[in-house]
Design a protein around this ligand. Sequence first.
Ligand code: GLU
Length: 475
Amino acid sequence: MTDKIITRFPPSPTGYLHLGGARTALFNWLYARHTGGRFVLRIEDTDTQRSTQASVDAIFEALEWLGIDWDEGPFFQSERIDVYRENIRRLVETGHAYYCTCSPDRLEQMRKSAMESGGKPKYDGTCREKGLGPGPGSVIRFKAPLDGTTVVADRIRGHIVFQNSELDDFVIARSDGMPTYNLAVVVDDITMKINTIIRGDDHISNTPKQIQLYQALGAELPVFGHVPMVLGHDRTRLSKRHGAMSVTAYRDMGYHPDAMINFLVRLGWSHGDQEFFTRDELIEKFNLEHIGKSAGVFNPEKLLALNAEHIRAASEASLAPHLIPFLQNTGITVKPGDDLNGVIKTLKPRSKTFAEMADAAAFYFAETVVYDEAAAKKFLTPAIAGPLRQIVDALKQAENFDEATLEAIFTKILADSGLKFGKIAQPVRVALTGKTVSPGIFEMIEVLGKQKTLSRLEQAYAFVTVSAAGEENLT
Ligand code: GLU
């Protein structure tokens, strides 16, 4: 039996969760879910200057919104310092690491002269064979192999060969004893039994160093896969210039988390030419084979279109909790008797975001209808008073208020009056919503219910008869 896949997401809490980070989390989560493996969340907060609790909270909030759940953790690196120290000690004891007392000035000089001679800045190994012990100001360096190669067998990019002569004795513990990123990551990934690491290719230069640490610690290598960075439409690295970067900004603009997930996954993974995926479908289909080698390009119009599609595909009941905060933002409180599912049903074919849906829903909940001036002028005219009266009277008698009954009532009135449907549909629409654009008349009336419909039609009848009287007085 093969081992379970164990993946991880290890964000540094130095800001919100951005789209690139969310995509990394998603790929690792999907791969764990697809294979029936485990997904570990680890907060890499050893940089105490830049890590904040607010960022930790923002990361949790974004993952929860996306529905990315974890099986282990959250682990905090800041609480694992002893584990790193223990491994650093082991590396020194086994001759894989050494103390170095070179001053920052010396290192700076080394860097400068390397730059001047056009070479790569590299530690020159001054303390490598000195056998120094601990002392104030000294760091610990990894004793990296001087020749040969280190090969990253990347699942996405193929074999990447690094010449060891190009790499150097990197620092694994700072002078205050704190571990560096490469050391902490490797120790964690080994102790947390991570066997698959999918991350952005901005980390590729760290990978040979990490592989050398695995080897020095006698641990088995995980599978690595480096995903190309996400680009903006101008093919530069995605940044704020291209649109909101924070995942939760999209929640606040009215996006559905399933649409966001669908969008993110397509920034680097494909399944034939399929564009729309439900969450379950992604879990079923996601694999490492189809992560692309070329960078995904962020396209906000595509996200919007996917959002509209996900809203259309979801059930009314599942959309309600997403919509409610947007209704609240527009001052609407949904009351127990309100047919929110009905409201959603009429609006979901025509809403690209929850913000749009909430705006469009406002008329259902309003106490009184405020007419759009041009709409009222054009459609609520004295000529409509008669048919409006007939409609009100017929609807009063109606026992059922379903679409079929309503349609029959209207058909009869149209036949009696000789009017075309369009001639009364627009006035009725303005009477009920104040606007000329709305869901279909019958489905809307069914959701509005008898009482609201009648009172709005009466209000419109009063409006047209008063304006008719006004006109008569003028003549
Ligand atoms: N904390 C690192 C980051 O946020 C994680 C790197 C890794 O995946 O190894 O970039």
